[in-house]
Write a protein that binds this ligand. Sequence first.
Ligand code: SF4
Length: 312
Amino acid sequence: MAKGRESAQPLVQLTDDQQKILDNIKPANHLSLPKGYLSHTQVDMYLRCARQYFFRYVRDHKRPPSAAMALGSGAHKALEGTHHHIVKHGAPAPTEAVLDEFSVSFEEKSEDVPEKAWTEGGSDKGQIKDAGIKLVRLYNEQQAPKVKPQVKDGVPGIEKRFEVKIGGVPMVGVIDLIDVNSTIVLSEIEVKMMAEKGKSVPEFMRTSVSDLKVKAKSMSQGDVDGSLQLTLYSYVEGINSVRYDQLLRQKTPKFKQVSSTRTTSDHLWMQEVVTGVAKAISAGIFPPCDPTSWVCSEKWCGYFHQCRGKKR
Ligand code: SF4
């Protein structure tokens, strides 16, 4: 198991303002976390609705997977396979083999999806699986040939697990992909100009941490710039360039990359958020969220009836 960095020490010399922020963050001691650690999923849920976090992690009430989770799980497994094939053979796996992998993983996850969950979005299971097949094919044939997974100390940057302490808080996670053939730091024109001068782009300028999403709607630039998940991954790997690789389940299936960068200030902010959430959880603070928030509805909160009672 790959270990990450031990604590949030800055990557570069801090400014006076940054040093003040760091001085004000008290390490989280004497923690009492339901799982003994946090993940970006836990922190995101706590920030979205602390009461929801209480039901899911303190009471341990798991909700059955949704149709979207079966789709995402199948796509992740299939793309993990093709990324490993690139490391071993220098090219993506044959598309039919990747689609078989998708199908097996999708069907396995589907077993736990409740019957009515398949039709909630106006589709049925067959249509959702077909959409997944089209998206995985699109990725394998158009995007995967451009990808080069990092191999560092013999460990491929594919579904790479980490354990770190951030301000004394144990954090665990899995990074989908570290790509050393990313073009998001330099523009294509800059790359071309360097090539004309006989220079290649150094690996650190081509390396990006990526997370795969299967979604109906694309994330905005603001979503990606503010993503705590990508800030955490950037910190853990010491890589400033980050991106979401999105497979968009639309009438015409699409692949869309949205990229961003992270700085020392972002890493310090992430440390503040993580330690703040860990301290609040340890103190047993689980307030409900704003009742007008999109998440606070029967459709989006699986604990709605437990929390707010039956709607009349
Ligand atoms: S019903 Fe609203 S307040 Fe209650 S857990 Fe769900 S999102 Fe949170």
